[in-house]
Design a protein around this ligand. Structure first.
Ligand SMILES: *[C@@H]1O[C@H](CO)[C@@H](O)[C@H](O)[C@H]1NC(C)=O
Ligand SMILES: *[C@@H]1O[C@H](CO)[C@@H](O)[C@H](O)[C@H]1NC(C)=O
Ligand SMILES: *[C@@H]1O[C@H](CO)[C@@H](O)[C@H](O)[C@H]1NC(C)=O
Ligand SMILES: *[C@@H]1O[C@H](CO)[C@@H](O)[C@H](O)[C@H]1NC(C)=O
Length: 403
């Protein structure tokens, strides 16, 4: 059963599309020694000038994924190791961290460790022998720099990182989310697409993964699809859609499990044929189905042809395993369709970090003593991952108690 479900059809708002974006577009190829420009014209910098700790490594060739993801930096010392970059306070950012163990150490022993950002716990990274772990968070920066840190949590299991990306995002994107929380990406699918879609098609470099979900693919025959509106999606996600065979069939979008973490799900719709010409009607509703019952969650969706509409579920939590699906209304001639979906975990309220007086004092100290200068990220948070050379109180905000 749902609590606090907000499902809103959002009107097009052409004024919002002209906001400036792209102030921060920072791409770090960890463990690399040279600059590299990839096939999307994204310029990757090596991390040699960003961190002094750690050792550059290369994955086993049989585990190669891409130039950027084949090098990494591993940290065998310190409680946590951080990458920091200046940003504008109050700016919305997309931060993506990637990990490809690739058996770089020939020990066939993929490590588990923690990932932090700006003094907040992000996730536990459980790597495997081959394949990519990628994490993405979108949030509003509370300070004038951001940090991403990896922290050792198990003896002998050394944290590493393969790539780090930070992109500015216009403030009207995912605006419904409380600005003191982060969104952790669970999935972002472009249904029926033939390949991955990201920058430059997506101005914020969101990565849209093609998916079919066991359904039928549709191709949009509109010559122009106006993607203007909520969340500024790239128009490419509207070129294809998926559907089911008949109006009697259910289009299953996903299953939500009970959890303390609420989710935010955004769905994107654009009609694929001009129904004014065919005289047909397509309309459908969201349903949530548990073992006990199935209830409609929304007014009918009638996807517009040549433009798009967005529906979302915000702060959505369930008490039992729940399927979210689309079903035709009684008056519909056509089965439901969907072009794209994004699903996120909504985080706890983010920390303001260690007391600002102490952060300021430490910065002066670091200027005076070069050897301390290489420490970055929050000095105390998340506990107990403070900088190795100081101790902190458990208060909010934490204070530095000894050096
Ligand atoms: C959700 O959908 C799956 C796949 O169709 C089905 O196996 C499962 O029983 C459904 N669960 C509920 C609670 O309806
Ligand atoms: C989310 O829902 C929970 C309980 O359902 C509520 O306590 C909380 O205030 C909501 N959060 C926001 C940001 O709306
Ligand atoms: C999202 O929340 C679920 C349930 O709490 C958790 O298992 C999962 O790890 C979270 N995912 C991310 C990306 O934070
Ligand atoms: C931090 O506290 C621990 C335990 O009380 C102590 O052993 C250590 O010396 C302290 N470190 C610093 C830098 O003060």
């Amino acid at each position: 059963m749902a609590r606090h479900v907000i499902l809103v059809s959002v009107l097009l708002s052409p004024l919002l599309t002209f906001l400036v974006s792209g102030q921060v577009f920072w791409s770090v190829n960890c463990g690399a020694s040279d600059f590299y420009v990839d096939g999307n014209a994204i310029s990757w910098m090596p991390d040699t000038t960003l961190v002094s700790n750690g050792v550059a490594q290369v994955v086993q060739s049989s585990n190669s994924i891409s130039t950027v993801l084949d090098t990494l930096r591993v940290f065998t010392s310190r409680k946590k190791n951080c990458y920091s970059n200046p940003v504008t306070r109050g700016e919305k950012l997309l931060v993506r961290a990637s990990f490809n163990y690739g058996n770089y150490d020939r020990l066939s022993s993929p490590p588990t460790f923690d990932l932090h950002f700006d003094g907040n716990f992000w996730t536990t990274v459980k790597t495997s022998i081959s394949g990519l772990n990628m994490y993405e968070a979108t949030y509003v920066a509370k300070g004038n720099s951001i940090s991403v840190c990896v922290a050792q949590t198990k003896p002998g299991q050394f944290p590493f990182i393969s790539a780090l990306e930070v992109r500015s995002v216009d403030s009207n994107v995912y605006k419904v989310v409380d600005e003191s929380r982060a969104l952790f990406l669970l999935s972002r699918f472009s249904y029926g697409a033939s390949g991955i879609l990201r920058f430059p098609q997506d101005r914020y470099d969101r990565i849209w993964i093609p998916a079919l979900a066991g359904t039928k693919k549709l191709t949009n025959n509109a010559i122009f699809i106006d993607p203007t509106g909520t969340n500024n999606p790239p128009s490419g996600i509207f070129e294809n859609a998926i559907t089911v065979d008949s109006t009697a069939d259910i289009l299953l979008l996903g299953t939500v499990s009970p959890s303390k973490t609420p989710v935010y799900i955004t769905t994107y719709f654009s009609e694929v044929t001009n129904l004014d010409i065919t005289g047909e009607k397509r309309s459908f509703q969201f349903y949530e189905t548990t073992a006990l019952k199935s209830v409609s969650m929304s007014d009918p969706v009638l996807p517009p042809y040549g433009s798009m509409t967005v529906r979302y579920l915000y702060n959505y939590t369930v008490y039992s395993i729940t399927n979210i699906s689309l079903m035709s209304t009684m008056s519909s001639d056509l089965p439901p369709l969907i072009n794209a979906i994004e699903a996120f975990n909504v985080s706890e309220v983010l920390t303001d970090g260690t007391h600002s007086n102490d952060v300021g004092g430490l910065a002066l100290l670091q200027k005076a003593f070069n050897v301390l200068g290489e420490w970055s990220g929050d000095p105390c948070l998340p506990a107990p991952y403070s900088w190795d050379w100081l101790n902190c109180s458990n208060s909010t905000p934490p204070r530095v108690t000894s050096l």
